[in-house]
Design a protein around this ligand. Structure first.
Ligand code: XMP
Length: 433
């Protein structure tokens, strides 16, 4: 790749990703590496124009401040060494104000390092197409295409790079949102002319999940069954050597943290049996989420696909609480579609981080058409967050609440109440299961 790079060495800062994003926003590519990078590893990185040693509150380990090796200071490249707030007396602090920090970064990147501002999605796509063609050659690639942002952008990149050497498998497990399987077929099979295998596995998943009420058990069944269906499809295909994956840069950064605790088992595609060995193709592994979206737009994907809010792997399965039943699943799907439509009409799409509905497994008494009814409630959830580790509740306008409530009560069968979840994270999680 031809683009210039600024390397950030992590000296215990929690702001490495933020600094990398700010440098990329200046149009210069930036990567984060561990502070103890070896001379050989550093020299192997292409087109490095400068190094930032980014200290922070985890810099002092066992009473001693960690530092980069001597070779970093003597590699002949400009080095900016900073702390945030200052913790060890040897390094100067970042400026307090955002604008001052950005100005400092800009001076370092352009005046000291003389880096060229050539990081943009047009160049990224051109580079990746070239790299993918080199990696894949004449071989065949398989991709599990969920229709989520990451797998959709990987699919679009691979279609551009290797066309019909790619086979996409879309598994409809019945837990997708309204209209999603149809959109995947329309965009990828009809518009982008991809080889798309559409697997209707709705009955199979719902049969396996029948009567299972424990949330972790449900997640495990959905994850394992997904891999089983995908594996069955993969075995039917001949001569596949490579597997596309929607790994993105935060996945790589997060897998490096040693302190992260498991709150819920997150289901992601990819854990295929050991006797099925594929070479991985991960073209988005350098990108932050907003860059993945920009890449998707550059490749011609519709905005409605690229700007989708986050959606959990087990889908609506964790929003249809307890043992999933088809009637309640439809109530989740229909009420979710109404909520999304009304948020979109109110101009909140893309402004509120995540919003959805939940249907619990209990009923309450109501009255409809002068007769007693005994129906499900629908719970609305709308939250804002930066990193999904903590979240605040969106203060929805009263008129919007009323519109959504009226529509859900009128249009969703089997529902007689609408509630709003006012709980921040922590102590609540964003999802209910
Ligand atoms: P929680 O409920 O843990 O959710 O506060 C944090 C964010 O993660 C999403 N989420 C998942 N994403 N697989 C995923 O890919 C999962 O199993 C999963 N569970 C939760 C959730 O929607 C929220 O954005």
């Amino acid at each position: 790749m031809e683009q210039d790079m600024i390397v950030i060495l992590d000296l215990g800062s929690e702001q490495n990703a933020q600094i990398a994003r700010e440098i990329r926003a200046l149009g210069v590519y930036s990567e984060i590496h561990p502070h103890d990078i070896s001379k050989g590893e550093l020299e192997a990185l292409p087109n490095v124009r400068g190094i930032i040693l980014n200290g922070g509150k985890n810099r002092v380990v066992d009473g001693k401040a960690i530092d980069a090796g001597e070779h970093v200071y003597h590699c002949g490249l400009p080095v900016l060494a900073v702390d945030h707030p200052p913790v060890a007396d040897s390094l100067p602090a970042w400026p307090q104000e955002d604008e001052e920090r950005k100005a400092l970064l800009s001076r370092f990147v352009f005046d000291s390092c003389k880096a060229a501002a050539n990081w943009n999605m047009k160049n990224f796509v051109a580079d990746q197409v070239e790299l993918l063609r080199r990696q894949i050659g004449g071989r065949k690639v398989l991709l599990a295409l969920s229709g989520g942002v990451d797998s959709s952008v990987v699919a679009a990149l691979l279609i551009k790079a290797v066309g019909d050497q790619l086979t996409c498998v879309h598994v409809n497990h019945g837990l997708l949102r309204k209209g999603e399987p149809e959109q995947v077929v329309e965009v990828f099979r009809h518009q982008m002319k991809a080889n798309l295998i559409y697997v209707d596995a709705v009955d199979r998943f719902l049969d396996k999940l029948a009567g299972v009420a424990d949330p972790e058990q449900k997640r495990k069944i959905i994850g394992a069954e997904f891999i089983r269906v995908f594996e069955e499809e993969a075995r039917k295909l001949e001569g596949i050597d490579c597997l596309g994956q929607g790994t993105i840069y935060p996945d790589i950064l997060e897998s490096g943290t040693k302190t992260a605790k498991m709150v819920k088992s997150h289901h992601n595609v990819g854990g295929l049996p050991e006797d099925m060995t594929f070479e991985l193709v991960e073209p988005l592994k350098q990108l932050f989420k907003d860059e993945v979206r920009a890449c998707g737009l550059e490749l011609g994907l519709p905005a409605s696909m690229v700007y989708r809010q986050p959606f959990p792997g087990p889908g609506l399965g964790v929003r249809c609480l307890g043992a999933i039943t088809r009637d309640r699943l439809e109530a989740v799907r229909e009420s979710d579609a109404i909520l999304r439509e009304e948020f979109q009409k109110a101009g909140l799409e893309g402004k509120v981080w995540q919003y959805f509905t939940i249907v619990p497994d209990f009923k309450s008494v109501g009255v409809r058409d002068n007769a007693r009814c005994f129906d499900w409630p629908v719970i609305l959830r709308a939250v804002n967050t930066v990193d999904a580790m903590t979240a605040t509740v969106e203060p929805i306008q009263w008129e919007l609440f009323q519109r959504i409530t009226q529509r859900i009560l009128a249009e969703v069968p089997g529902v007689n109440r609408v509630l709003y979840d006012l709980s921040p994270k922590p102590p609540a999680t964003i999802e209910w299961e």
